[in-house]
Design a protein around this ligand. Structure first.
Ligand code: FMN
Length: 282
């Protein structure tokens, strides 16, 4: 049995946790295909997260995960909920998970930190993690400085644990390219924003379908961090937020986060079709 079968997965494919955007319906639809759906907990209260976890459980019997943004002010409460609910897998971003390992490990939760460079990967490898997600600058959302293409071989070279490639993955060929570079699987986010089951504002999905190269740019968001967003909306705003884009489709103040693969997205499709494009050559 290989690493992902041991986790109860059919494919080594994670749908990356996306604050506000990866809702229970999307997560369950992904997990039902045999890939891993991941709830985004960023911005949520502990109670909201618990409701999302319980709703996801009603929609799938398969394993799913929760993404924890470690700089969240309520992170201790969120960790408590994922432990209480015995979530199978946690991915972590924006901070150091060291404080939370005793709790997460005591509950048997598998931990996959998202890392933007080799230095942070080396640091994470000193902890009892189960794998790494190496995310390149092509990705949507808050990002580092390295490209997926250069990052994967370097992190794969220092890790005995599975390394998943994130950033720039659209189809089977990207997935295979990442594998050739040393990845044991992939994580994708942007392609799932265009899933029928993803309940973001409809104009967000239309903008994704209309995006053409070069359709994304880096912008400072209301969190104070840089993120990759779709180019046109909200250009003059100094207060762009992802929540405003996801929930209200707010063209003035929304941060319509998306990776460079947005330029390849042309239509809204069911999750099953998106996964099929990843696992089959067409
Ligand atoms: C709208 C959006 C929101 C995201 N939110 C988060 C988040 O809350 N936490 C996180 O670790 N990564 C977040 N990401 C990154 C994804 O989990 C994933 O790693 C990334 O999208 C992969 O690159 P891709 O966009 O090229 O597929 C987000 C990405 C997008 C597009």
């Amino acid at each position: 049995m290989n690493w992902y079968q041991k986790l109860g997965l059919k494919y080594p494919i994670f749908q990356g946790g996306m604050a506000w955007a990866s809702n229970s319906e999307l997560v369950a639809a992904v997990s039902n295909t045999g890939a891993l759906g991941i709830i985004g907990s960023g911005g949520r209260s502990a109670k909201q997260l618990q409701i999302m976890i319980q709703r996801t459980r009603q929609l799938t019997q398969h394993p799913f995960g929760v993404n924890l943004m470690l700089l969240a002010p309520n992170i201790q409460e969120l960790v408590k909920i994922v432990c209480q609910e015995k979530v199978a897998i946690v991915t972590t971003g924006a901070g150091n998970p060291i404080k939370y390992f005793p709790q997460l490990k005591a509950t048997g939760i598998k931990v996959f930190p998202v890392v933007p460079n080799v230095k942070i990967a080396q640091k994470m490898l000193q902890f009892p993690i189960n794998g790494l997600i190496a995310e390149g600058i092509e990705a949507g959302g808050h990002i580092g400085t390295e490209t997926t293409f250069t990052l994967i071989p370097q992190i794969a070279a220092i890790s005995d644990l599975p390394v998943l490639a994130a950033g720039g993955i659209y189809d089977y060929w990207d997935y295979q390219a990442a594998t050739v570079l040393g990845a044991a699987g992939i994580q994708a986010g942007t392609i799932f924003l265009a899933a029928r089951e993803c309940q973001i504002a409809s104009n967000y999905q239309q903008l994704l379908c209309q995006s053409s190269n070069p359709g994304t740019m880096l912008a400072k968001t209301s969190t104070g961090y840089w993120a990759r967003v779709l180019k046109n909306p909200g250009q003059s705003s100094t207060n762009r937020s992802l929540k405003a884009a996801v929930e209200d489709g707010d063209l003035e103040n929304g941060a319509f986060m998306a990776g460079q693969v947005a330029d390849r997205i042309t239509q809204i499709e069911p999750v099953v079709k998106i996964i099929n494009r990843l696992v089959h050559a067409n």
